[in-house]
Design a binder for this molecule. Structure first.
Ligand code: AMP
Length: 479
C-alpha cells in the first residue's frame, strides 16, 4: 500500500504565503494544527480562512485533496470559540454550524478533521449519516453539539424524529455541492435550507461549476466571495494525464500490462458499464491481480466489503462505475485508470480528481480506441487541454482475435446499454448514467428505526480517544 501514514506535506507553499498564526486563530486551534504537522496553509486555506472569518458567504472552487476541509473547518471553529462552554446542559450546545456532505465516507472524514482541529476547545461535534443505527447518533444530538456534519437524508430523519433543532445555525456549509446535485439531493437540500435561520453565513464548495451549481449558489448565497485555487472544470495540475491508444479488443490485456509493469497498488479503474466492471475485475483476478468490482448490481454488503478490502490493502484494484465510485468517496489515490472514457466529460474531471492529494502527484491514465474520438474531443474541450495519445507497445494495431466468450460479453454489454437508453426513451446515445441505485443516490426517505450497527459512530470530541486508522482521504488520522 502507498504510504499514507505521515501528515501530508503542504502543497507547494511559497515562503511569502501566510502562516496559520497570521489569521489570528486561537491558541488551542494553532496547537491542534501543530499536532497535525501543518506548518503552512495550503492555497485554498490562505484564501478562504480570512474571508470566512469575516463572516462572508463563500463559493469555493476546490477539489478534495487541496486542503479545503480545513479551509472552512478552522474559521468555523474560530468563530464558534466565543460560544464554547463546558456546561452539561444540552441547551448550552445548540447546533451552530451544519456541514452537509454527499456521502457517509466524506462526512466521516470531515468529522475526523473537525474533531482533530477542535480537540483543545470545549466545542462539541458529531457526525450523522445513513446505513447505521440511529440510536447513538440520537444520543449524541440530544446531548448537544455545536458542529454537526451530516448527509442530507439522515439529517432529515433526525429532524423528523424531532431530535434536532437547526434554528440556531449560524454557519451552513455545503461540501462537494456538485456531487450532491449529481446524487439527487436537491429536494433534500431545499428542505434543509428551509429549516435554517434566514440570517446565516453560507459556504459552498464544489469541484466543478455547472449551470445547475451556479443556479443553486445564486439561490442561497448572499454576495459570495469566489475563492478558487483552480480554474472551474480544470483538472488538478498535479495529476499527470496520459491517454493510451489501444485496440478495443486489447484493452483488458493493456490494463493488466499497466498494472503489472508498474506494480501499482490502490488503483481505481473506471468502467462505463456494470457488466464491464465485473468482467474486468474477474479478468484481473485471473491474471493474479487482487481486484474487486463495485457497481449498482452488487449488494450493500458486497460493496462495503470491497471498499474495506481496498482500504486495508487486501485488494489492489477496485473496478467501479461512475455512480458506484461517487457513493464511495474514495479519493487521494496514486493512480486512476479509465478503462473506458466516460460518456460525460465532467465525469472525467471527477474521476481524475480522485488522484493527487495536497502536495502529492497522481497519475490518471485512460485507454482510448478509435471509437472514442468524440468522447476524447469532449473531454479536451472541457479541460481546455489537448491530450496526446501514447502507445503501449503491442496493444495497438493488433489483429482482432475475439473469442466466443468475448462476443457474448460484447452482446451483453450492448444489451445493458440498450436497455438503459430504452428506459430513458432514447435511441442511439450511450447511457449518461448507471441506473439509479438507492444506496448510491439516496433521496430522503425516513429510515426504519434501529438498523443493525455497521460502523462505529464517532462520539463527540471530549469523549473520543485518539485512534489511528487507515483512510484513503488523508491517510491515517487521529480523531
Ligand atoms: P482535503 O482537501 O481537505 O481533503 O485535505 C487533503 C489532505 O491535505 C488531508 O490529508 C489533510 O490532512 C491535508 N492537509 C490539509 N491542510 C493541510 C496543510 N495546511 N498542510 C498539510 N496538509 C494539509
Amino acid at each position: 500500500m502507498t504510504e499514507l501514514n505521515a501528515p501530508q506535506p503542504p502543497a507547494d507553499i511559497p515562503a511569502a504565503l501566510p502562516r496559520f498564526e497570521d489569521f489570528g486563530l486561537a491558541a488551542p486551534v494553532l496547537q491542534s494544527l501543530a499536532e497535525q504537522g501543518y506548518a503552512h496553509p495550503t492555497p485554498i486555506q490562505a484564501k478562504a480562512i480570512p474571508v470566512v472569518l469575516q463572516g462572508r458567504d463563500v463559493m469555493g472552487a476546490a477539489q478534495t485533496g487541496t486542503g479545503k476541509t480545513a479551509s472552512f473547518s478552522l474559521p468555523i471553529i474560530q468563530r464558534l470559540i466565543a460560544h464554547a462552554n463546558t456546561s452539561a446542559s444540552p441547551a448550552r450546545h445548540p447546533v451552530r454550524a451544519l456541514v452537509l456532505t454527499p456521502t457517509r465516507e466524506l462526512a466521516d472524514q470531515v468529522a475526523d478533521n473537525v474533531k482533530a482541529y477542535s480537540r483543545h476547545t470545549p466545542l462539541r461535534s458529531t457526525v450523522v449519516f445513513g446505513g447505521v443505527d440511529m440510536a447513538p447518533q440520537t444520543a449524541a444530538l440530544r446531548s448537544g453539539v455545536e458542529i454537526l456534519i451530516a448527509t442530507p437524508g439522515r439529517l432529515l430523519d433526525h429532524v423528523q424524529q424531532k431530535v434536532l433543532n437547526l434554528s440556531q445555525t449560524q454557519i451552513f456549509v455545503m461540501d462537494e455541492a456538485d456531487r450532491m446535485l449529481d446524487m439527487g439531493f436537491l429536494p433534500d437540500l431545499q428542505r434543509i435550507i428551509n429549516l435554517l435561520p434566514k440570517k446565516r453565513q453560507n459556504l459552498m464548495f464544489s469541484a466543478t461549476f455547472s449551470p445547475e451549481i451556479k443556479k443553486l449558489a445564486a439561490s442561497f448565497l448572499t454576495n459570495p466571495v469566489l475563492v478558487e485555487v483552480a480554474r472551474s472544470n480544470a483538472t488538478a495540475d498535479r495529476v499527470s494525464q496520459v491517454i493510451y491508444k489501444v485496440d478495443e479488443e486489447a484493452k483488458r490485456d493493456a490494463v493488466v500490462h499497466l498494472l503489472r509493469e508498474r506494480e501499482l497498488k490502490q488503483v481505481l479503474v473506471f468502467s462505463n458499464t456494470k457488466i464491464g466492471a465485473s468482467r474486468l475485475s474477474r479478468e484481473l483476478e485471473r491474471h493474479g491481480i487482487r481486484a474487486a468490482a463495485i457497481h449498482g448490481d452488487k449488494t450493500q454488503n458486497e460493496r462495503m466489503a470491497a471498499l474495506e478490502a481496498f482500504k486495508n490493502g487486501s485488494i489492489d484494484v477496485l473496478v467501479a462505475t461512475d455512480v458506484a465510485a461517487r457513493g464511495l468517496d474514495i479519493a487521494e489515490l496514486p493512480c486512476v485508470i479509465n478503462y473506458d472514457l466516460p460518456y460525460n466529460a465532467e465525469d472525467y474531471v471527477h474521476r481524475i480528481g480522485r488522484t493527487g492529494r495536497a502536495g502529492a502527484s497522481g497519475d490518471a491514465w485512460s485507454l482510448y480506441s478509435d471509437k472514442d474520438a468524440r468522447l476524447l474531443a469532449d473531454i479536451e474541450k472541457l479541460i481546455k487541454q489537448k491530450l496526446v495519445p501514447a502507445l503501449i507497445e503491442g496493444f495497438s494495431g493488433r489483429v482482432s482475435r475475439q473469442t466466443d466468450r468475448g462476443d457474448r460479453f460484447e452482446r451483453a454489454e450492448r444489451h445493458e446499454r440498450h436497455e438503459r437508453s430504452q428506459h430513458r426513451g432514447e435511441r442511439a446515445q450511450p447511457p449518461r448514467k448507471e441506473k439509479v441505485d438507492p444506496w448510491f443516490l439516496k433521496p430522503y426517505e425516513p429510515s426504519l428505526p434501529a438498523e443493525p450497527k455497521a460502523e462505529p459512530v464517532p462520539s463527540n470530541a471530549k469523549t473520543s480517544q485518539p485512534v489511528r486508522r487507515a483512510a484513503l482521504l488523508g491517510g491515517v488520522r487521529k480523531s
